[in-house]
Design a protein around this ligand. Structure first.
Ligand code: NI
Length: 250
C-alpha cells in the first residue's frame, strides 16, 4: 500500500487543499498522514481526516512554533488527539539549525507532546535538525516510538533510532544527485524500518525539485529506493506500507 506518512496538506501551504488531496488520491496514494505544526493546523488536519477515508491526522506543536505556547494550547492538542482519525503526535521535535537560543523552551514543548503521546498510547513523528543527542534522550526517557521524519543522519545514528523502535522516514532528498549520505543509509538499513514521506509542499523529488510538492510524487522516491536496494518498486510499496500500517494502526 502506497502511504505518505508525513505531509502538510494544509490551507496555509496551498491555495486549494481539497484539490491537492484529491490529486494525491487519484495519483494512487492510498493513505496520507497530514501533520499539524501548531494548534490551528492540527485542528485543520483533524477536520480534513474526517472528510476523506484516505486521510489521517497527526497533531502537535513543532519546534519552529514554540513561542507564545500556553498550557491551554497543549491541552487543546491533548483534547483533539482523542479523535479516532488521529494516529500520531506530530510534527514535533527539536530544531537547533535556526536557533539554539530557545533550546529550553523547545525541549519543554517536546516533552509536553511526548507526555500526550504516552498518555494516549500514540506513536510520534519527529523532526530533528542538529539536535540528535537531545532528541534521542527525550524519546528514550518517554519510551515512545514512531518515525524519524526526513532522516538526514549517519547510518550509526539511524541504527540507534531503529533500536528504539523507530521507522526511518525517507523522502524527496534521496532522489537528489548529491545526497550520497542518505543513499548510503537507505542501502544499509532493512526495508522493514523504512517509511515513505513527501513532506509536501517541501522537498519535492527530482525531476520536479524546486516546485511545490504533492504526495502524488511518492513514486519518484519509491523508484530511487528500489534502485538503491536492487529490488522492485512493488516490493518497496508493499513493505513500507506494511511498516506504516503496523506502526500507526491504519
Ligand atoms: Ni514536515
Amino acid at each position: 500500500m502506497l502511504i505518505d506518512s508525513h505531509c502538510h496538506l494544509l490551507s496555509s501551504e496551498y491555495n486549494n487543499v481539497n484539490e491537492e488531496i484529491k490529486r494525491a488520491i487519484s495519483g494512487g496514494v492510498e493513505r496520507i498522514i497530514i501533520n499539524g505544526i501548531d494548534v490551528k493546523s492540527s485542528i485543520e488536519a483533524v477536520e480534513l481526516s474526517k472528510k476523506y477515508n484516505e486521510v489521517y491526522a497527526a497533531v502537535g506543536i513543532g519546534p519552529e512554533n514554540v513561542y507564545g505556547i500556553t498550557e491551554s494550547d497543549i491541552k487543546m492538542i491533548e483534547d483533539i488527539s482523542l479523535n479516532e482519525k488521529v494516529v500520531a503526535i506530530g510534527e514535533i521535535g527539536l530544531d537547533y539549525y535556526w536557533t539554539k537560543e530557545n533550546k529550553d523552551m523547545q525541549i519543554h514543548i517536546l516533552k509536553s507532546m511526548l507526555k500526550i503521546a504516552k498518555k494516549r498510547n500514540l506513536p510520534v513523528i519527529v523532526h530533528n535538525r542538529e539536535a540528535t543527542a537531545d532528541i534521542y534522550n527525550c524519546l528514550k526517557e518517554y519510551n515512545v516510538t514512531g518515525i524519524m521524519h526526513c532522516f538526514s543522519g549517519s547510518l550509526e545514528t539511524a541504527n540507534e533510532f531503529i533500536k528504539l523502535g523507530f521507522l526511518i522516514g525517507i523522502g524527496g532528498v534521496v532522489t537528489f544527485k548529491n545526497a550520497k549520505k542518505i543513499k548510503d543509509v537507505v542501502k544499509n538499513i532493512p526495508l522493514s524500518v523504512i517509511s515513505l514521506e513527501t513532506d509536501s509542499p517541501y522537498l519535492t523529488p527530482e525531476p520536479y525539485r524546486g516546485k511545490k510538492n504533492n504526495p502524488d510524487k511518492l513514486g519518484f522516491i519509491v523508484s530511487e529506493i528500489a534502485k538503491l536496494k536492487g529490488i522492485t518498486s512493488t516490493d518497496v510499496i508493499r513493505q513500507t506500507g506494511a511498516n506504516v500500517r503496523a506502526k500507526f494502526d491504519l
